[in-house]
Design a protein around this ligand. Structure first.
Ligand SMILES: *Cc1c(COP(=O)(O)O)cnc(C)c1O
Length: 232
């Protein structure tokens, strides 16, 4: 392993990922185009990330604002950036205009800060709410009760659009994550019913390298993949 990512190596990894995604969609009776692969670039330099659009992958994810700014400045503007990590209020102004979707909105204070910024900027901001359904995975995010308590406040938003839910499953064997994914889907359905006609609560951002096929079987519309994209 020389540490360098080559176009050919990346192409091979993406082809393997694509085959696994397609197979998971077939097993679940889902259409491949209903699942978006977000290639997570947090572990690689700008030069490696820049190979993705060359291979037709335009949905890229970063978990740190500064890193997203740096890479967004260097890569083609056709890239759709997904913010998948903790976002502080003071980073909203610089980060949101660069992103297509914020997956990791984990608290109401951030929702309201985004709403304020969006009103001032006269923009719509698309977000997913990060839910902690396993109780043991990430400690961040809303639990089911917290989400249901927030329904009225969410319904009152004018500039922030709640497009769905995101979760990080606990790091364990893929099949063991299935109940977590199924629970997130059920929670999405509940929230969608509560917010029908107000927010398009459709998306499920779930599934990482070790569990994405199970996530697709359980209804993921975004999978966030780093390791399987970059492994040598
Ligand atoms: C790093 C990261 C991923 C990708 O994880 P892999 O296991 O490397 O595929 C997905 N989602 C989030 C929020 C991450 O921080």
């Amino acid at each position: 392993m020389d540490g360098m990512t080559t176009l050919d190596g990346l192409r091979r990894n993406l082809a393997a990922v694509e085959e696994r995604l397609a197979a998971a969609c077939r097993r679940a009776g889902r259409r491949r185009e209903d699942v978006t692969l977000v290639a997570v670039t947090k572990t690689v330099p700008v030069e490696a990330a820049a190979l993705l659009p060359e291979l037709g992958v335009f949905d890229l994810g970063e978990n740190r604002p500064q890193e997203l700014w740096r890479k967004a400045a260097a890569l083609p503007s056709a890239v759709r950036w997904h913010m998948i990590g903790h976002l502080q209020r003071n980073k909203i102004e610089r980060t949101v205009p660069l992103t297509t979707l914020i997956h990791s909105v984990d608290r109401m204070s951030l929702v309201q800060a985004l709403e304020e910024w969006a009103a001032k900027a006269d923009r719509t901001v698309d977000v997913l709410l990060e839910a902690n359904v396993s109780g043991e995975g990430s400690k961040q995010g809303f639990d089911a009760e917290g989400l249901m308590r927030a329904v009225e406040e969410l319904a009152a938003l004018r500039q922030v659009r709640v497009c769905g839910l995101m979760t990080m499953a606990p790091l364990q064997e893929a099949e063991a994550c299935r109940p977590v994914f199924a629970e997130l889907r059920a929670l999405r359905d509940r929230l969608a019913a509560e917010l029908a006609g107000v927010h398009p609560v459709r998306e499920l951002s779930m599934g990482m390298s070790n569990d994405f096929e199970v996530a697709v079987e359980e209804g993921a519309t975004y999978v966030r993949l780093g390791t399987v994209v970059w492994e040598k």
